[in-house]
Structures are given as C-alpha cells and as structure tokens.
Design a protein around this ligand. Structure first.
Ligand SMILES: Nc1ncnc2c1ncn2[C@@H]1O[C@H](COP(=O)(O)OP(=O)(O)OP(=O)(O)O)[C@@H](O)[C@H]1O
Ligand SMILES: [Mg+2]
Length: 248
C-alpha cells in the first residue's frame, strides 16, 4: 500500500569509513506505507544504509530527505527525527534496570512529554499488540529473546514513528522465536507502517515486502518486487547470493 510522495529519499549517497567506500552512490526512495527489504552479503553496507536514515551515521555526500525535509544534523530537530524513525537492532537494547512497561513509556514521557498515566495506558496497549502485555512488570532479563525483541518493537512504536528501520531483528534469536517477531513485523506492515528491513528471512521478504533491494560492495545492485526478484534475479551477484542462502 504505497501512496503519494515518498517518505524516505536517498539521492547519490556516499559514505566512507577511512579508505573504505561503504555506500557508493546509493539512491533509494521509500514510499509511505511501503515495506523495503534489504538483502546482500556481509559487509555490503546494509546496516550502514539503515543507520544513515536516522543519522546514526553521517554521510559524506549526496542527500537524504525524510518526509520532505533534509535530515537535520543536530539539536532538537535531530532528536525529533530519531523519534520519527524507530529503529530495532539485532541486540534488543532494552534498559536492563527498567521494567518492560517502563522501557516502553520512558521515551514518550521524557522526550514527548506525555503524561505518565496516558503513556502507561498506551504502553500497555502496545505491549498487548505485540503479545506481551502479561510481561509488563518484568525486567528484560526475565523475558525470552523473542519477547525482548517484541518489547523493543513496542518501545519504538511508543514514539509514534512515521517509519521503522529493522536491522536483522531476528538474527540473534533462537530459531523457535523467530516466527513470533516476524509475525509482529508482518502485522505492522499490513497496518501500513513504512518499513526498511535488513533481514536474511526470505519468507518475510516474499510475503511482506513490496520491494527487495539487493546490495553488494556498497552499491545498490538490483531492486524488484519479491516475486520478480526471487524468480528472476538479474545480476550475477544476486544469483550467487540467492543460491547460497536458499540452499543452506
Ligand atoms: N564504524 C565503522 N568503522 C569502520 N568501518 C566500518 C564501520 N562500520 C562498518 N564498517 C565497515 O563498513 C562495511 C559495511 O558494513 P555494514 O555493517 O554496513 O555491512 P552489512 O551489510 O550490514 O554486513 P552484515 O551482513 O555483516 O551485518 C564493512 O566492511 C564494515 O567492516
Ligand atoms: Mg549489518
């Protein structure tokens, strides 16, 4: 479900780490409500691409706009951007000394100045949405990996983001917990959230993505709707990559 003008636009983006050209003239546009899955070999720049979108990584040249505005470099505008672009990482990054509900309400109360009671009510609703309302008063260490990752998703959603970035959100999970996290992500996608998802879960890419983007050596090599990409990858690098991950 993609409508109107794009929400995220990268145009001619270059990023170096010293001599290493990690993003090489990357241009990518993500529509509102669109789900873009980014795949590619290790070291191809997928995480860096994600991190540039909420400016965890500054870029060397090119432009990135979010919701029509170039990414701010600092200050309040940057804090606002970070709240509008939720990010979920491989490691859950929950605050260990706060309960699950406190993890979810902290941002809304401190950053968005929501009233604690309102934030709590919304937080509980979000925990319910990701299926862990009954874990609200526990601490992160008392939850399974899958539950912690769902809490991390609820925490990001609590800021009422316009887009969500996921960087290998299921890679650190035991296999039996991957499904419950992908289910939450699939339902978010169905509800119209704009999402950029780095993942090796090709089932998710097939079913939930509007578009698959294949990266190699910092370049965006190929992009296509999932059915087209998986049935008929055009580049040798994509063919080679798919043959490796789909057969293991
Ligand atoms: N902070 C950094 N300083 C220097 N080099 C970095 C830094 N972060 C990443 N790199 C390098 O940039 C390249 C791209 O890294 P990135 O993490 O974006 O790749 P990736 O596609 O996410 O890989 P993976 O699939 O292993 O997560 C790699 O060669 C990596 O070693
Ligand atoms: Mg990565």
């Amino acid at each position: 479900m993609t409508t109107g003008e794009p929400l995220i636009v990268l145009d001619g983006v270059n990023k170096w780490f010293g001599p290493l050209h990690v993003l090489d003239d990357v241009s990518l546009s993500v529509g509102r409500g669109e789900v873009v899955v980014v795949i590619g070999p290790s070291g191809s720049g997928k995480s860096t691409l994600c991190r540039t979108i909420n400016r965890l990584e500054p870029i060397n040249s090119g432009t990135i706009t979010f919701d029509g505005t170039p990414l701010p470099a600092e200050g309040k505008a940057l804090a606002k951007l970070r709240s509008e672009v939720g990010m979920v990482f491989q490691s859950f990054n929950l605050f260990a000394h706060k309960t699950i509900l406190e993890n979810v309400t902290l941002g809304p109360v401190k950053v968005r100045r929501e009233k604690p009671a309102a934030a709590r009510e919304r937080g509980l609703a979000l925990l319910d949405r990701v299926g862990i309302a009954n874990q609200a008063d526990k601490y992160p260490a008392q939850l399974s990996g899958g539950q912690q990752q769902r809490a991390a998703i609820a925490r990001a959603l609590a800021m009422q983001p316009k887009a969500m970035l996921f960087d290998e959100p299921t890679s650190a999970l035991d296999p039996e917990m991957v499904g419950e996290v992908l289910e939450v992500m699939t339902s978010l996608a169905r509800d119209g959230m704009t999402m950029v998802v780095v993942t090796h879960e090709m089932g998710f890419a097939r079913h939930a993505a509007n578009r698959v983007v294949f990266m190699a050596d910092g370049q965006l090599v190929e992009e296509a709707p999932p059915t087209e990409f998986f049935a008929n990858p055009r580049s040798e690098r994509a063919k080679d990559f798919l043959s490796k991950i789909l057969t293991h």
